[in-house]
Design a protein around this ligand. Structure first.
Ligand code: ADP
Ligand code: XUL
Length: 527
C-alpha cells in the first residue's frame, strides 16, 4: 500500500491540497477551493472582507468551511484518504484567530454530523481575523518598539522590527479597542496553528517559522519573549499556544475527519507552519546558503541561514526554517505590478517586452528607474511614484530594461546583508517564464539562475514536512532524500551569467545605489 501524505495551504484567496505518494516520489492529486467563488455566502473579495484597504480581515468560519469542502472533494475523487499517513499545512502568515473558552473546549469534541463552522459557532471572542494585508496598527508598532528599546532591539530580539501586519501589534490593537473581548479570549492562534488544532482536535502548537511573524518570539531561543509579551498586552502568555519545532506531531487526526472523510485513525497531524517556510521546503531549499526568488505579484527573496542575522536597516525578516535552521524573507512589493505598469505604458505584449530587453544594452546607457509604482516595503518608501534618471519616458525599450535592472539591482543591494553572493538562485513565480528577465537577474547577481516550475509550492512543502515528520522517526531519511524526487529545478533551462557584463554591472550598481540613496533622502515622488 502506498504511503500518502497530505499538504494543505490555507492562503489568502484559497485552500489548496497536494497529496503525495512517498514511495512513488510523485504528486497524486492537487485540488483547490477558491474562497470568493466556492463560498460566495461569505462575500469576500480576493478572500478578504471588503473594507478600506487599511484594516483587512477575513472570517475564520470561511477557512473552516473551505476545509470541509476541500476534504469532501478529495474524498469524492479517486484519492484513497485511508492511506494518508500524515498531514501538515501551511498558513498565510501573521493572521490571528481568537477563541473563547467554549471554542477551545469544542476542539476535542467535533461532531461529524455538523460542519466544522457549526461546531465552532460562538467559539470566537473576535468575530473576524486580521490578516497579513492589514496595515492599521502603526500606533501599536510604535508603542511596542518604544517599550522594547527601539527598532534594532526589536529586530535583534524577535527577528523583525515591528510590522503592522504581525500578530503582536494586532493583538495589542484588539486589547486596546475591546479589552473585555480580549479578557475572555482563551487562546490566540495563528491561521496555521488554528487549522492544525482543528485537524488534530486539540490545541496545537505554533512552529518557529510562523511564530517569528508575531514580534513576540525570541528568535534565538524559539520561546515566547516575556518583554515582548508585556509590551503587547496583559496576561498574554496564558493566551498563547506552545511553540514546538515544525517537525513535531500534534496528535492523531480528530475522529471528525475519520468519520466524515475516511481518514485512518492512525493518520498523524503535524504542526503547521507559515506559507513562506513551507515554500522553502517546496522549493527544495534545505542547505544553508541556498536562495530562491519568487517573481510574483510582489517579488520575494528567500534563503536559508544558520544564524538569525538581521539587517541593520531593519529590512526583511528572519523566521525559523522547517529544517531547524533559519530563513530570511525579504519582500519587494513592486514586483509584477511595476513590470506590468511599464509594459502597459509602452503598449507592449510580454513578447515585445522581452524583445526590448534583448535589443538594449546592459547598463542601459546610464538610464535608471526606481520602480515604486506603489509604496515600497524594501526599501521603505511610503510615497509611491516611479522615479527616472537619464531616461526618456518615451523610450519604450529603455524603460523596459530600466524597470528590470532597477528591480534586480534593488534586490541585490537589499538582500546582501542576508546573502552577499548567492552561488545560484532558484526562481519561480509568473515572471520566471521570461528568460530575458532571468538573464538580467543572472548578470546582476553574477550567478546561474534555475527556473523552478511549481504551482502549489507551499502545499507541496507542507506535504513534504508531513512526510519528514512521520518518517524521520522510523527510517532516518535526510531532508535531501525526502525533497529530492519532488523539488527539482529545471537544469536544462538554466540561465548563466554573461562574463562580459560583470564589469558593466559592478559600475552600474554603484551608480544605482547612489541614486536610490539620493531619492530615499529627498523622499518626494516624481513622474
Ligand atoms: P501570484 O503572486 O498571484 O502568485 P504569479 O506568480 O502567478 O503571481 O505571477 C503572475 C504574474 O506573472 C502576472 O501578474 C504577470 O505580470 C506575470 N507574467 C506572466 N507571464 C509573464 C511573462 N511572459 N513575462 C513576465 N511576466 C509575466
Ligand atoms: C510574509 C507575508 C506574506 C504572507 C502571504 O511576511 O506577509 O507572504 O505570508 O500569505
Amino acid at each position: 500500500m502506498s504511503r500518502l501524505f497530505l499538504g494543505l495551504d490555507s492562503s489568502t484567496q484559497s485552500l489548496s491540497g497536494v497529496l503525495i505518494d512517498a514511495d512513488a516520489g510523485e504528486i497524486v492529486t492537487e485540488l483547490s477551493v477558491s474562497f470568493d467563488q466556492d463560498l460566495p455566502q461569505y462575500d469576500t473579495r480576493n478572500g478578504t472582507i471588503p473594507g478600506d484597504g487599511v484594516t483587512v480581515h477575513s472570517q475564520p468560519e470561511l477557512w473552516l468551511d473551505a476545509l470541509d469542502l476541500l476534504l469532501g472533494r478529495l474524498r469524492d475523487s479517486e484519492a484513497d484518504l485511508s492511506s494518508v499517513c500524515g498531514i501538515s499545512g501551511s498558513g498565510q502568515q501573521h493572521g490571528s484567530v481568537y477563541l473563547n473558552e467554549q471554542g477551545l473546549g469544542r476542539l476535542g469534541f467535533l461532531d461529524a454530523s455538523h460542519s466544522l463552522a457549526e461546531n465552532l459557532r460562538n467559539g470566537f471572542s473576535r468575530a473576524t481575523s486580521p490578516i497579513w494585508m492589514d496595515a492599521s496598527t502603526s500606533e501599536e508598532c510604535h508603542e511596542i518598539t518604544e517599550a522594547l528599546g527601539g527598532p534594532s532591539d526589536v529586530a535583534r530580539l524577535t527577528g523583525s522590527t515591528a510590522f503592522e501586519r504581525f500578530a503582536g501589534p494586532q493583538i495589542r490593537k484588539f486589547y486596546k479597542n475591546d479589552p473585555e473581548a480580549y479578557r475572555v479570549t482563551a487562546r490566540i492562534h495563528l491561521v496555521s496553528s488554528f487549522m492544525a488544532s482543528v485537524l488534530s482536535g486539540r490545541d496545537a502548537a505554533v512552529d518557529p517559522g510562523d511564530g517569528a511573524g508575531m514580534n513576540l518570539m525570541d528568535i534565538r531561543e524559539k520561546t515566547w519573549l516575556d518583554a515582548a509579551l508585556d509590551a503587547t498586552a496583559p496576561d498574554l502568555s496564558g493566551k498563547l499556544p506552545q511553540i514546538r519545532e515544525s517537525s513535531s506531531i500534534s496528535g492523531p487526526i480528530s475522529p471528525y475527519f475519520v468519520q466524515k472523510y475516511g481518514f485512518s485513525p492512525t493518520c498523524r497531524c503535524l504542526v503547521w507552519s507559515g506559507d513562506n517556510p513551507c515554500s522553502v521546503i517546496g522549493l527544495g531549499l534545505i542547505k544553508t546558503g541556498m536562495t530562491a526568488i519568487s517573481l510574483g505579484t510582489s517579488d520575494t527573496f528567500m534563503g536559508l541561514m544558520t544564524e538569525p542575522r538581521v539587517s541593520e536597516q531593519g529590512e526583511g525578516h528572519v523566521f525559523g526554517a522547517p529544517t531547524g535552521d533559519y530563513m530570511t524573507l525579504i519582500c519587494f512589493r513592486n514586483g509584477s505590478l511595476a513590470r506590468e505598469h511599464v509594459r502597459e505604458a509602452c503598449g507592449y505584449s510580454w513578447e515585445a517586452f522581452s524583445q526590448a530587453l534583448e535589443q538594449t544594452l546592459p547598463g542601459n546607457g546610464g538610464g535608471m528607474m526606481l520602480p515604486w509604482v506603489e509604496s515600497e516595503i524594501t526599501p521603505h518608501v511610503p510615497t509611491a511614484g516611479l522615479r527616472r534618471k537619464n531616461l526618456d519616458e518615451q523610450d519604450g525599450p529603455a524603460n523596459c530594461r530600466a524597470v528590470i535592472e532597477g528591480q534586480m539591482m534593488a534586490m541585490k543591494l537589499h538582500t546582501a546583508w542576508a546573502c552577499e553572493s548567492p552561488g545560484s538562485i532558484y526562481v519561480t513565480g509568473g515572471a520566471s517564464v521570461n528568460r530575458s528577465i532571468l538573464q538580467v537577474m543572472a548578470d546582476i547577481f553574477d550567478c546561474t539562475v534555475y527556473p523552478f516550475r511549481t504551482t502549489n509550492g507551499a502545499a507541496l512543502g507542507a506535504a513534504l514536512r508531513a512526510y519528514q515528520g512521520v518518517e524521520s522517526m522510523t527510517r532516518g531519511q535526510t531532508w535531501r532524500d525526502i525533497v529530492q524526487p519532488f523539488a527539482v529545478p529545471d537544469h536544462q533551462q538554466a540561465v548563466r551569467p554573461i562574463r562580459a557584463h560583470r564589469t558593466i554591472y559592478t559600475e552600474h550598481l554603484k551608480a544605482f545605489e547612489a541614486y536610490e540613496q539620493e531619492e530615499l533622502q529627498t523622499g518626494d515622488s516624481a513622474a
